[in-house]
Design a protein around this ligand. Structure first.
Ligand code: FEO
Length: 178
């Protein structure tokens, strides 16, 4: 059952995407406590994006008639050693997700699930953007180590992470997250 193997793997990825969403809420809370509202808003937005990724995967499984598993919630960090630590965490996290997406892509090819391969193409592109975005943000926060208000100014000036809707994105279960 090629489809079942892929569906099982995608269900695991749904759990990873929800976990990433929670992790980013944790990072946002840390910045909110530090009164760094732009960094907080950046991570609240990223948290929503991760939730959207999970909802796209759920919609895909619904569309192809496979089972959907909704994962349990694990506690996430809201305390960090310094102001760049959440961004380092996020960059590592995005690199890991890229590897997970590539492994899913490979599995889709191995089991000759062409629908799955096509579905994953958007996520391959998305991961390139997300790793680049977190790399940029890490440069900015490391350069602003002594005064993260400089990073706040940069994020506001450059509208970092505020790209508008992508018409090529796969549909989400429940429609737009608004
Ligand atoms: Fe859903 Fe940022 O990976």
């Amino acid at each position: 059952m090629a489809e079942k193997r892929f569906a099982d793997a995608l269900n695991e990825q749904i759990a990873n995407e929800f976990a990433a969403s929670q992790q980013y809420v944790g990072a946002a809370v840390y910045y909110d406590i530090e009164t760094l509202p732009r960094l907080a808003a950046f991570f609240y937005r990223q948290a929503l994006e991760e939730r959207e990724h999970a909802m796209m995967m759920i919609q895909y499984l619904l569309d192809v008639g496979e089972e959907v598993h909704i994962p349990d919630i694990k506690a996430q960090e809201t305390a960090y050693a310094d102001g760049s630590a959440p961004v380092r965490m996020a960059l590592e996290q995005e690199k890991r997700v890229s590897d997970e997406i590539f492994a899913l892509f490979e599995l889709a090819r191995e089991v000759k699930d062409y629908r799955a391969e096509q579905f994953l193409q958007w996520f391959v592109k998305e991961q390139v953007e997300e790793v680049a975005l977190m790399g940029d943000l890490l440069n900015v926060v490391e350069r602003s180590k002594e005064n993260l208000l400089l990073a706040e100014d940069y994020i506001a000036r450059e509208s970092l992470g505020e790209e508008s809707g992508d018409p090529t994105a796969p549909p989400m279960a429940g429609g737009s997250a608004g």
